[in-house]
Design a protein around this ligand. Structure first.
Ligand code: CUA
Length: 374
């Protein structure tokens, strides 16, 4: 077949060469399409539920490889064996073969049924709390008999459980740590090894939570709580992205989980629960705080400073500890200034308006004040 292609008209050969070059290019530079380098692969799991998904992926992948080899092999074999050998020869003309048609109808049907059953098992293993515990135990080579609640499994395994409430907003994620009594945004920080139970709800339209290395997708709805969980098995930063089209800036709604050692996590909590000292009278930071009270507190909280609790925008307590501004800009004073001056230029449709009326002095004072929040 390839030989005849190579003997064919030059234009066909050109397409063949271009196709092969494109395949080589894709193989060598697979990530060129993405501007920001993030690890969104499910094949490098860092949580037991993500591992169950990756395991299923590999089973289906190797089944697909077997099917590919079988079908392509049969195709090439018959193309060669039954080819036309000379110009005046007509190959044997046949019409159908009942036995083979039954085989290649039932075979794929059974294969699909098998994949369906494996997928159901995986879904149950991820979603059912008892199965969660068994999966966790499995990943750590601990044997349980019967149904075990995750708390019980965690106790046996010497790990802790922690609850984080996630609120989806156009277009940012808010995290509530009920056990510690504070809200944060941009980074969800968790201790390594703890089973983190996520309770989610949207404040506007449907969003979807997905950090591929920490488990499967979970939708968030405005009228119903949904749940999932993960257990980070190593320290690190795990990236994800909203996977439900949710409006103008859906593309700018990434998420980030940072898993720290218990010690570093405790220090992080300490920072968030401690009330920052008020800036000294007459300082630039104090000027910034007054500007904050004038323009920002309608939408942003800082406990001890703002008058009422609001969730229109993220709480800015400890904001300078976060790694990102608006979910997309790296946290630094220049980006903070850029964001305050014109958030919609960075994130189209952002509810935070452009503050064109603020003077440069006021913006710099605001940045100086927000830098004290760490
Ligand atoms: Cu939120 Cu897409």
């Amino acid at each position: 077949m390839f030989a005849s292609l190579l003997r064919s008209r030059p234009v066909h050969r050109l397409w063949l060469v271009l196709g092969v070059l494109a395949l080589i290019a894709f193989a060598l530079f697979p990530d060129q399409a993405f501007a920001r380098e993030t690890d969104l692969s499910i094949l490098d799991p860092a949580s037991p539920n993500a591992k169950i998904v990756a395991d299923l992926y590999w089973i289906i992948f190797w089944l697909a490889v077997a099917v590919f080899i079988l079908v392509e092999g049969a195709l090439f074999w018959s193309a060669i064996k039954f080819r036309r050998r000379s110009d005046d020869e007509l190959p044997v003309q046949i019409h159908g073969n009942t036995r083979w048609e039954i085989i290649w109808t039932i075979g794929p049907a059974l294969l699909t049924l098998g994949i369906f059953i494996l997928s159901l098992q995986t879904m149950w293993a991820i979603e059912q709390p008892a199965a969660n515990a068994v999966a966790i135990a499995d990943a750590q080579n601990v044997c349980f008999v019967g149904d075990v609640a995750p708390e019980r499994a965690a106790q046996f395994l010497g790990t802790s459980t922690m609850e984080v409430q996630i609120f989806g907003n156009q277009w940012w994620w808010e995290y509530n740590y009920p056990a510690f009594g504070f809200f944060t945004a941009a980074d969800m920080v968790v201790p390594v090894g703890a089973i983190v139970k996520l309770q989610m709800r949207s404040r506007d339209v449907a969003h979807a939570w997905w950090i591929p290395r920490l488990g499967g997708k979970q939708d968030l709805y405005p009228d119903e709580d949904t749940f999932t969980w993960f257990q980070a098995t190593q320290e690190g930063t795990f990236e994800g992205h909203c996977t439900e089209l949710c409006g103008a800036s859906h593309a700018y709604m990434p998420m980030r989980v940072i898993a720290l050692s218990q010690e570093k996590f405790d220090a992080w909590v300490q920072k968030h629960t401690a009330t920052a000292a008020l800036p000294p009278a007459g300082s630039q930071e104090e000027k910034g705080m007054l500007t904050f009270k004038k323009y920002c507190q309608a939408c942003h909280n800082i406990p001890g400073v703002t008058e009422r609790e609001t969730h229109i925008g993220p709480s800015l307590q400890g904001v300078f500890n976060r790694t990102l501004i608006g979910g997309i800009l790296d946290m630094d004073p220049n980006n903070l200034e850029k964001w305050i001056k014109n958030a919609p230029s960075v994130k189209p449709g952002s509810k935070m308006p452009a503050f064109a009326n603020l003077t440069d002095d006021e913006v710099q004072a605001l940045v100086a004040y927000l830098r004290t929040q760490q």
